[in-house]
Design a protein around this ligand. Structure first.
Ligand code: FES
Length: 304
């Protein structure tokens, strides 16, 4: 694909089809990495109507916790890999009169399937896709060829750059805006759209966070009566799962709220990394999202 992006195609072991999905859906890929089990979310990229296989792309992050390195270095052709059913937290809104899609870098992935679906259903859309260079822009050529004038590409090395205000201008009433990519792009798009008077419910974003690397710590689970050690490159959720506790999740990226855990006792600092809890709730130290957040201090007890 590109030097840092690898594409993977999964085929079902039993039966000839996977479950159908809609544009914007993701799956969780399970990786048995030595003594750690990682579960990372990746957007499905294939055509939603073609479910004889699922396709994802993975950006290599050498400074990350190891999931993308594992995918790049350890996953080989014909290996058996466990994946989840698709979940969609970023679907297109079907009463929209038009769909305005803005992607930065690897944030293009959910839009590939979304554009296939919108195109199949004859729903009007346009994509603005910004990347560092054409070489870094996975899928730029393919989608430009396929969707022609609906695609607008911007490369920082050659210019021109994406002008968010211009992209948002003159959109018909009822247009819905979708953005996925680096934090800064998402913040800029949301701030510009808000300043330009776009209704909040017409703005959709996919902002999955990666769990951070950090100092090891213990967390006590009051209901399961277990003390779980969370390693440097492990998320709190992964450590809880490794201890045999079935904790809920959807996105594993601090966005959906599904993994929200109640804090029974916190003698230390919760390092919140999600985009779900409000600042007030974070300050109250009563809730934590174990998929991305960490802890520093003497004692943390969760109601799990
Ligand atoms: S699983 Fe979605 S916020 Fe944690």
């Amino acid at each position: 694909m590109t030097p840092r992006i690898k594409r993977f195609r999964f085929e079902p072991m039993h039966g000839d089809q996977f479950r159908s999905f809609s544009g914007g859906a993701h799956i969780i890929v399970e990786m048995n990495d030595g003594h750690l089990v990682r579960r990372n979310a990746y957007s499905l990229m294939g055509h939603p109507a073609h479910v004889s296989s699922y396709m994802i792309s993975v950006l290599r992050d050498d400074a990350g916790r190891g999931g993308s390195r594992f995918m790049h270095d350890q996953i080989r052709e014909c290996m058996t890999v466990k994946i989840s059913h698709p979940v969609n937290l970023f679907p297109p809104t079907f009463n929209a009169t038009r769909h305005l899609l803005i992607a930065g870098g690897i944030g293009i992935t959910p839009f590939v399937a979304m554009m296939e679906q919108l195109s199949l259903e004859h729903r009007p859309f346009e994509l603005h896709y910004a990347a560092r260079s054409r070489k870094d822009a996975a899928y730029a050529n393919g989608i430009a060829e396929k969707f022609g004038p609906s695609i607008n590409l911007y490369f920082s090395d050659t210019g021109p750059r994406l002008d968010i205000k211009k992209a948002l201008a003159f959109q018909p009433l009822g247009t819905h805006l979708y953005v996925c990519g680096p934090e800064r792009l998402i913040d800029d798009v949301v701030a510009t759209a808000t300043a330009e008077g776009w209704p909040k419910h017409n703005i959709h974003l996919e902002r999955f966070m990666a769990a951070a690397i950090g100092t090891p710590y213990d967390v006590e689970l009051s209901r399961s009566k277990k003390i779980v050690s969370v390693g440097t490159t492990q998320s709190m959720l992964e450590a809880i799962e490794a201890a045999g506790v079935d904790a809920p999740y959807f996105c594993r990226g601090g966005a959906c709220g599904q993994c929200e855990a109640t804090v029974v006792l916190c003698d230390g600092r919760l390092l919140h990394a999600d985009h779900f809890l409000t600042e007030e709730v974070k300050a109250s130290r009563t809730k934590v999202m174990p998929c991305v957040s960490r802890f520093e201090g003497e004692k943390l007890v969760l109601d799990l």
